[in-house]
Write a protein that binds this ligand. Structure first.
Ligand code: ZN
Ligand code: ZN
Length: 222
């Protein structure tokens, strides 16, 4: 509640006036072409599959708005670890702008879940706040169900690529009505290897989803 009473302060530079000030927004680096057309990673030359089809079989594609560096990295860190929940709106806007440019459409927006212990500890699921803002910006209804974590998994941070995929395998399930072949946007704050998004997409596919596009605010280049 407290942050509702405080004046907006920039998540990138802490300047008072806006949650993400114009100079910081201008400094945020958008991902640059050439990008892999499937997973959206920055690649040395244009290609339709950078090898991600084998790594991320359950995702139809993956799109991120910006590079995880500079003001975007600082803002996401404050949003996620320092409780600056109001950053959900300007961060989701970065993503919505990207999705509009790319012409990505879907019926539902689903958030990558946190385990309930983590939600209790943090007080919120950052991806759910982003999904809510994204629904508002794209004028989409909420789904009748939710993706859940079926087991606690240690944080992905600090694990190598292989460790990340093993850590989250079969860790998610859809709880709700079948997804009826509908296209889904699956939202996370940051994408690194895409392992978590892919494991979530596998659970959505099992529940009868159509194409699942993983979307994240920021992308770590790995
Ligand atoms: Zn700023
Ligand atoms: Zn790729």
């Amino acid at each position: 509640m407290l942050d509702l009473l405080l004046p907006p302060r920039c998540g990138g530079c802490r300047r008072v006036g806006a949650w993400l000030c114009a100079p910081c927004r201008a400094k945020i680096r958008r991902l640059e072409e050439p990008l892999c057309r499937r997973c959206g990673a920055e690649v040395p030359s244009p290609r339709s599959d950078c090898g991600c089809r084998a790594r991320l079989p359950s995702l139809t594609r993956l799109r991120s708005a910006v590079a995880y560096e500079g003001p975007a990295e600082r803002a996401i860190h404050r949003f996620k670890y320092e409780g600056w929940r109001r950053l959900a709106r300007p961060l989701a806007r970065l993503l919505a702008e990207r999705l509009v440019v790319e012409g990505v459409a879907a019926r539902w927006v689903v958030a990558v879940p946190l385990h309930r212990d983590r939600v209790l500890q943090r007080g919120f699921n950052q991806s759910e706040l982003l999904a809510r803002e994204l629904r508002r910006l794209l004028v989409l209804e909420a789904t009748a169900g939710a993706l859940v974590r079926t087991r606690a998994t240690p944080p992905q941070v600090g694990k190598d690529r292989r460790g990340r995929f093993e850590n989250v395998r079969n860790a998610f399930a859809w709880r709700g009505p079948p997804l009826g072949g509908e296209a889904i946007l699956l939202v996370d704050d940051v994408a690194t290897t895409g392992a978590t998004l892919n494991a979530c997409a596998a659970a959505l596919n099992e529940a009868g989803s159509g194409p699942v596009t993983g979307v994240s605010i920021a992308r770590v280049n790995v």
